[in-house]
Design a protein. Structure first.
Length: 295
């Protein structure tokens, strides 16, 4: 083993399938997979990874497609690991592995408003920070005050939100730094109203999206002034299949794994959708999903 694992509190695995760690339930193996015990343990681990071995961070594995040949180097799993939430007045600190929906409920129960929309995002805070995740009119970064990142040396850096360039579903951050926690500056609200809003958002999500299925969430970004799902639907692509991958009949911006799909099936369907929508509408759809791994 190229990585020294003694004195580490977490679990280091070799040639581990990544399919169970993604919401599409597809993908090959990681050369190494690390499940950290906590933030200090993760820092210790990152310091031990040789600099010629790449590191990929994975939260809930939503909004991510891992190719069938897997990922070279190390994959760090944050979901369920970096899961601490604390608060001080109107400020909440959440680590990268905290589920977005969990933070939405936590803040609502404190009577703090602004993060209710996170209940509709099937991911973690680390992923929400990395892509400025949003839904139902809300986005992550307007509520971010300070973030903590970890660099390749395992050092934790504290950065103001002004250190980052934030756009729609896109955040530019320093190279070889990863989000490990965020401080959210919120406003006082009404606990019952916030919890009612969360229930309403979840009802709307369940009514319009294929919840309870193996999917990654929205596959494509919405073009300016348009909706990706509407474009895909008007092109007659609902129900289009490639192998075990299916464009959802319920919402066209979702691709489902019917149970036997490969990542190649899903990626092929993504490419086909882009080409057909471009041909029929002149609009180039941009994937929101991150496609990772060996070709």
């Amino acid at each position: 083993m190229l990585i020294e694992s003694t004195a580490l509190q977490g679990k280091l695995l070799q040639n581990e399938s990544l399919a169970p760690y993604t919401s599409w339930r597809t993908g090959g193996c990681a050369d190494y997979l690390y499940l950290p015990a906590n933030l200090d343990d993760l820092s210790c681990f990152v310091q031990r990874v040789p600099h010629d071995i790449p590191i990929t961070w994975l939260g809930l594995g939503s909004n991510t497609l891992i190719r069938d040949k897997g990922i070279s180097g190390v994959v760090v799993i944050t979901q369920g690991m970096l899961n601490q939430i604390t608060h001080d007045g109107n400020v909440i600190r959440a680590e990268a592995g905290v589920a977005s929906a969990q933070l939405a409920r936590f803040s609502a129960r404190l009577g703090l408003m602004g993060l209710e929309f996170l209940a509709g995002i099937p991911g973690t805070i680390g992923g929400a920070l990395a892509m400025n995740a949003g839904c139902f009119g809300g986005e992550t970064w307007p509520h971010v005050n300070i973030v903590e990142t970890m660099n390749r040396a395992g050092k934790i850096l504290v950065r103001p939100h002004t250190d980052f360039t934030v756009a729609y579903r896109h955040v530019i951050r320093p190279e070889n730094e990863w989000f490990v926690a965020s401080f959210f500056q919120l406003q006082p609200g009404n606990k019952d109203e916030s919890l009612a809003m969360i229930r309403s958002l979840l009802e709307r999500r369940n009514a319009t999206q294929p919840t309870g299925t193996a999917n990654c969430g929205s596959v494509f970004r919405n073009p300016p002034g348009e909706y990706a799902g509407r474009l895909i639907e008007t092109c007659g692509l609902k129900g289009l299949k490639r192998g075990g991958a299916l464009v959802s009949p319920k919402h066209a911006n979702f691709i489902l794994n019917e149970g036997h799909a490969s990542s190649h099936d899903i990626e092929s369907l993504i490419i086909d959708i882009i080409e057909i929508v471009k041909e029929k509408t002149g609009i180039s759809l941009i994937p929101e999903v991150s496609i990772l791994g060996r070709l």
